[in-house]
Write a protein that binds this ligand. Sequence first.
Ligand code: IMP
Length: 428
Amino acid sequence: MSVMAVVGAQWGDEGKGKLIDELSARADYVVRYQGGGNAGHRVVYGDTEFAFHLVPAGILHPNVACVIGNGVVVDPRGLLAEMESLGQLGVDMSKLYISERAHVVMPYHAVLDRLEEESRGVEKIGTVLRGIGPAYVDKYSRVGIRMADLLDVDQFRAKLATVLAQKNRMITQIYNQQPLSLEEIHTEYVGYAQRLRPYITDTEARLHKAMTSGASILLEGAQGALLDVDFGTYPFVTSSSTVAGNASTGAGLPPRSIQHVLGVYKAYITRVGSGPMPTELFEGEGKALRDAGHEYGTTTGRARRCGWFDAVVGRFVARLNGFDSVAIMKLDVLDGFSTVKICTSYKLGDRELTTPPANTSELAACEPVYEEWPGWMTSTVGVTRWEDLPAKAQRYLQRVEELLETPLALISTGPGRGETIHRRELAL
Ligand code: IMP
């Protein structure tokens, strides 16, 4: 038996999709444990590029069963569209399982996400407008609708009537917008329930059985630790707990079952949406990084903000998650830079900080202190052996490893399956 959690270590978009796809070859189950359709994982296989939002990226492997865990919030319309487009690409959906306990993203969640964002004005978070925040609010307010409710037509109608009355009061009285129709939502969602019924099940029992019979289970994180609702750059965060500590709760597996936590970083850093990012670069180097790394969102197409590797937040996240090893993705994106920089501390007034301040305005005022490393100025695309990396790239990676205080296990040198250096063996 082995259970491994794969966790994003920056502001999301680290390349977890590619890794999950590769690691799935050794797994029996891949489980998403938090987030929703706000996530976007891109996987390149052969000539085809697959975009995942809710379905675990492991689905591309015919022998792997995939679970959307209880900690995920599921928009059935988005999920069905994703399942359909994967099906059209020849992907088998028969081994997808959705937790009965997963909460449902309803039309009023997306409406409120947009209205709340608009009302924030310049303070806006830059959410992906998929209703994720409002869905988690309802979960914790105990008015959420879960997959199990959706399957019980009468109970669903009663719950929906109560919650929709409350939401319509907000929509009409606070935001002066038109109310949503109970009949329309009910009919639409009963239709989704019928189509999703074969996939909705007691995933916790299934995973428990798999675990006790020795299966290998991969827990797939979405977003990244710097968007975690507790430890991220609050309030510019997502509404779920993205860190390894939640992998157990969100999948329904005991904490002690997780034997290995793999942290996924990019060789630089990116962010979408608002909020502080101390190593952000603008014109020139920022644009060069964005172009070289094709840094545009899988979910929204938005241009990502780009910057140098930030080892201050990097180490903070490694400690919080207790990473057993780390993966550094997209090394090849740095190939054309004559100098590469690593932020090793922040200057805040006359203070030097080696951990990020909790106060977000203070973090926004932090100036990065950089170490400069000579660039390797040669292609690393597709390199699969550590010995074949240019010495300067090896030195850069060794320095990152040292600053993160965690062994470097994997280095990605291209988007395709196999364009990966396995420097250390993983337990899975
Ligand atoms: P929300 O998750 O839609 O509420 O958005 C909150 C913040 O998280 C915004 O800054 C989003 O851009 C960011 N975010 C949400 N999902 C992802 C993701 O999968 N990758 C990167 N950023 C994300």
